[in-house]
Design a protein around this ligand. Structure first.
Ligand SMILES: [Cu+2]
Length: 167
């Protein structure tokens, strides 16, 4: 019985030693796997997602450019939509072989941006009406009103687009 008792103690110590070895050797590998999968898969994605949304909203408000360039091919504007900050300037490059006449919606009056019709505001020497007022080459306009402002080529009204002006 006493021999069995010693055997039991030795076996018990071996089990404890094996358990201690297992616990000390296991964490070395396990946390590495945890770090590789769980934090990046769960915690870090959640944080990135939250942060990303926050930054994305701020970025849209704060990083709207103050200038934009739109190229006209003669049949279409590219890009057809741009977003700029209030006070920013959009330049239309005429890459067509003919004339371009950029103007505010609505064709043919061009009344939407300025509140005045084409016959009232052309020629607009102050440049406050969103209207090129004549067929020609490149055109630039500085937007002082927030909103979504449609435009078109008055010579070819099937070509159109919009300028979004944000605060
Ligand atoms: Cu027009």
């Amino acid at each position: 019985m006493s021999q069995n008792g010693w055997i039991a103690i030795i076996v018990g110590l071996l089990i404890i030693a094996a358990g201690a070895w297992w616990f000390t050797s296991q964490p070395a590998a396990a946390p590495a796997a945890d770090n590789a999968t769980q934090p990046s898969g769960e915690t870090s994605t959640a944080q990135t997602g939250d942060t990303g949304v926050q930054v994305g909203v701020d970025a849209n408000v704060n990083t709207a450019p103050v200038t934009a360039t739109i190229t006209y091919s003669g049949s279409a504007f590219s890009p057809s939509q741009v977003t700029i900050k209030k006070g920013g300037t959009v330049t239309w490059k005429n890459a067509s072989s003919g004339n371009m006449w950029v103007a505010s919606a609505q064709h043919p009056t061009h009344i939407v941006y300025s509140g005045t019709s084409r016959t009232e505001h052309c020629p607009d020497t102050a440049g406050t009406a969103f209207d090129q007022c004549v067929g020609g080459g490149d055109y630039s306009f500085t937007f002082t009103k927030t909103g979504t402002w449609g435009f078109h080529d008055h010579i070819n009204p099937s070509a159109f687009g919009k300028v979004v002006v944000v605060e």
